[in-house]
Design a protein around this ligand. Structure first.
Ligand SMILES: Nc1ncnc2c1ncn2[C@@H]1O[C@H](COP(=O)(O)OP(=O)(O)OP(=O)(O)O)[C@@H](O)[C@H]1O
Ligand SMILES: [Mg+2]
Length: 243
């Protein structure tokens, strides 16, 4: 049984079809790369999976539970955590407080929450800013805090919305290294939304491509990169010809 199963999900905002009959699943421990041009529906898909957006049609299952019965704040207790395209952090809480709260809400044990929060601080090299308020930090560090908060919830399924956006080349490499190591160590399933196709290919077991709310390709990173529909969506050329 897949860990997450999204079936026939459609979301419209007024006349815009953000998702159109999307079906996909994520296996336990799998990294699924989700790519697609701007406005393709990637964030909307993560919003559906984390219950921020309710689909007009379709179902959403985590193991044998329909997630449609749950509120977004209940998902962390079910083992689902996410990061945001634009970090959503509290200006009045320190970096360590963010991590501690996330860990507390998932483990419900104060002392071990403290330990988990400190481990994640180390793991994501945020020790030096533990006492800082996130809105005073550079945006790349804010992104890392937002990621760390999701990781501190010790999820079974981690939803990452462009975690490497705005990072320099070196930071991207270290993010990719961290992600590969994290999934190996934690056995956590991940949906990785990213525009950097190289990064996605290097970290994902399988890649799904969205365009105008529809899945236009899915498969191994190599197969997807050669797919004519993907070349068309990204480059406006079929079969790589005429570029
Ligand atoms: N809350 C909303 N209200 C109205 N339209 C929305 C809303 N959220 C998304 N949309 C529209 O739905 C479509 C999909 O948006 P979405 O943010 O999911 O795309 P995306 O693939 O994440 O794009 P990007 O790569 O730019 O982040 C777009 O046309 C967008 O304008
Ligand atoms: Mg987006």
């Amino acid at each position: 049984m897949p860990l997450l199963e999204i079936s026939g999900v459609s979301v419209a905002f007024g006349g815009v079809r953000a998702l159109d009959e999307v079906t996909l699943s994520v296996e336990e421990g799998q990294v699924l790369g989700l790519i697609g041009p701007n406005g393709a529906g990637k964030t909307t898909l993560l919003n559906v999976a984390s219950r921020f957006v309710s689909p007009q049609r379709g179902d959403l299952r985590l193991g044998n539970r329909s997630l449609l019965r749950y509120r977004p704040d209940q998902l962390v207790g079910l083992g689902v955590a996410r990061s945001f395209q634009i970090p959503q952090l509290f200006s009045g809480l320190s970096v360590l407080d963010h991590l501690r709260l996330a860990a507390e809400r998932s483990t419900r044990q104060r002392d071990s929450a403290e330990r988990v929060a400190r481990e994640v601080l180390e793991e994501l090299e945020l020790g030096e800013v533990a006492a800082s308020f996130p809105h005073l930090l550079p945006s790349a560090v804010q992104k890392r805090v937002d990621l760390a908060r999701a990781v501190a919830a010790r999820p079974r399924l981690l939803l990452l919305d462009e975690p490497a956006a705005g990072l320099g080349a070196e930071e991207r490499v270290s993010f990719a290294r961290w992600l590969r190591e994290f999934r190996r160590r934690q056995g956590c399933a991940v949906i990785l939304v990213e525009h950097d196709v190289e990064l996605v290919a290097g970290c994902s077991d399988r890649v799904v491509v969205l365009d105008f709310g529809r899945i236009i390709a899915s498969g191994s990173p190599e197969a997807v990169r050669r797919d004519p529909a993907v070349l068309q969506a990204y480059l406006g050329v079929a079969n790589g010809a005429g570029a």
